[in-house]
Design a protein around this ligand. Structure first.
Ligand code: SAM
Length: 542
């Protein structure tokens, strides 16, 4: 591995000393004790140095670092300068705290059993662990990750793709909280805001003994030159507690929270008022919490193929279709469908002449039969077999050749309601069939629900855009997330409630406008559309 790749692999971005100082000042204000400290990904020792320079440095520090050169740098330089700074300030002798530096991956250690302490006292686990995600590490071929564990509560395609992807900070925080649980540690990490939300959800889901979750925004562009929403996350261990909310502060110096997050252990929602005390204990109050509803809308992720160059076609000269490799493609029309992607949905564009190849009608369907039923498609796919077999994602293993995902009867429904997963400004779209009647597909950056009729699609869009659903969405949506719209969010939008409680006239007016676009001249029959919609249940045909 090149030096640059190795460094990326470790998420190597040292924390500026001025930020370390502000983090430690923030922890002091929050009355965090640090008689014993673990820095689990210590780098060249910026936090170690900062701690040693404190008025009251810790008695003992364990610094763990995967990179031998960085660990050597802690042993050499940072310690001396930190101790010196402290001696100057306090007039104390140069004999400093006990510092143990270990060159190791934190994932190879049990933080409860493998660290030998010579002192006793409260433990602070602090630092700026790597912000790299397991999927980025996968792409680098890296093994820098905790032993593989399937994420509970995440099923299906989601489990195999986005939702089982997490960053190393999350894994290290969970490791510290569980392996040190009997010592009630405080964990304070710089991390992405999205990581902080996931950790809140995990703390609640695993009922980890945490009594306080606080989040302090930091300006990652200023400190690290990166455009991600980031924070200092503080998790305070407390025996018997299991916190289900976080106080969110505008910056490291703020003393009052600007807002709050709550969780039921899966999704996290934003709220403006402090959740009641019972939210930070065994149970939690319902309040503005929205559990998944028994919605008639079975949201699905769109089509996944991971081979754009081969599977997606666009208009070439003289009405031909060409693939991403610039080759003319002539395959059976029954296996080609118009395609919309996230930005198309967001901007309300129609598919134009972009198409996607669909070799299967259902998940895992036999593709060998294409040899007879669609010989031109078979020859085309066989010619690109090597490219298709190279697809990295685990979903393709042990599947028929040329398999795709996100496919089922819902994908072939004549109308759809679809939404981009990538845009924080949510715009639901009713998608009619293409001009020649073929249903339109959306890709896996989008979510969709299959619809039976234009009326049903028009009404569903109007309900999803009603005040009831928009209000729910404002507390569920976090714009900084890589994928702000997820299935978890969508299943919490209650269209039935929107019909019952919403402004009926406004909903019907919106639905009428949508219907006029989808099927000009069709007479609206909202009651019938709603009736058939309500008879559907998740797991049904669509
Ligand atoms: C973002 S840097 C931060 C370093 C230091 N904490 C600081 O604030 O300056 C992350 C550090 O984690 C180290 N690292 C990455 N994976 C690790 C692992 N599995 N175990 C221990 N350290 C690791 C990297 O080598 C890198 O020095």
């Amino acid at each position: 591995m090149s030096t640059a790749a190795a460094s990326r692999d470790r998420g190597d971005h040292p924390t500026p000393p001025a930020l370390v100082a502000r983090v430690l000042a923030c922890l002091t204000r929050r009355r965090v004790d640090w008689s014993r400290v673990i820095e689990p990904a210590a780098g060249e020792g910026r936090f170690v140095t900062g701690l040693l320079a404190q008025r009251h440095p810790p008695d003992e520090i364990h610094a763990i670092e995967a990179c031998a050169a960085h660990a050597a740098a802690i042993r050499r330089g940072s310690v001396a300068s930190g101790a010196d700074a402290r001696a100057k300030r306090t007039g104390a002798s140069a004999r400093g705290p006990l510092l143990h530096v270990r060159t190791a991956s934190v994932f190879s250690l049990d933080l409860g059993r493998d660290l030998r302490w010579r002192t006793v006292g409260p433990i602070l686990v602090v630092g700026n662990p790597p912000w790299v995600t397991t999927s980025a590490l996968g792409a680098l071929g890296s093994r820098n990750r905790p032993p593989r564990a399937r994420r509970a509560g995440v099923a299906g395609l989601e489990a195999l793709t986005g939702a089982s992807n997490y960053d190393l900070t999350e894994a290290i925080a969970l490791k510290a909280l569980s392996q040190l649980a009997d010592q009630a540690p405080v964990v304070a990490f710089l991390c992405k805001l999205s990581t902080a939300r996931r950790l809140l959800g995990e703390v609640a889901r695993r009922t980890l003994p945490v009594g306080e979750v606080s989040v302090f925004h930091i300006d990652a562009r200023r400190w690290f030159g990166v455009g991600v929403a980031a924070c200092l996350l503080l998790l305070r261990g407390h025996p018997g507690a299991s916190c289900r909310y976080a106080s969110v502060f505008a910056d490291l110096e703020a003393t009052e929270p600007a807002s709050f997050w709550r969780t039921d252990g899966s999704a996290v929602i934003r709220c403006n008022a402090r959740p009641e005390r019972s939210a930070c204990g065994r149970g939690h109050t319902q309040g503005d919490w929205r559990p998944a509803v028994a919605s008639p809308l079975a949201w699905r992720q769109g089509l996944k193929h991971d081979a754009t160059d081969v599977m997606e076609l666009s208009a070439g000269a003289g009405g031909t279709l060409v693939n991403g490799l610039g080759e003319k493609v002539d395959v059976e029309i029954g296996h080609r469908f118009p395609l919309l992607k996230a930005s198309d949905l967001f901007h309300g564009r129609s598919p134009g002449r972009r198409e996607v190849i669909v070799p299967q009608e259902t998940l895992g369907a036999d593709t060998l039969r294409l040899r007879r039923s669609a010989p031109r498609l078979w020859r085309y796919l066989a010619a690109h077999a090597e490219r298709l077999e190279r697809r990295r994602s685990a979903v393709y293993r042990r599947r028929p050749p040329f398999s795709i995902f996100g496919i089922g009867p819902y994908a072939f429904a004549p109308f759809k309601v679809a939404v981009s997963g990538l845009h924080g400004e949510v715009r639901f779209r009713a998608v009619p069939p293409g001009p020649d009647g073929r249903p339109v597909m959306v890709d896996d950056t989008c979510y969709l629900v299959g619809m039976d009729s234009a009326s049903q699609a028009a009404l569903t869009v109007a309900l999803l855009e009603s005040d009831v659903c928009l209000q729910a969405m404002s507390s569920l949506l976090f714009e900084d997330a890589k994928r702000p719209v997820t299935k978890r969010l969508l299943v919490r939008l209650d269209v039935v409630e929107a019909w019952r409680r919403g402004d009926r006239r406004a909903i019907e007016a919106r639905a009428e406008a949508e219907l006029a676009r989808l099927a000009p001249g069709e007479r609206p029959r909202w009651e019938t559309a709603l009736d058939t919609l309500l008879r559907r249940r998740p797991g049904g045909r669509h």
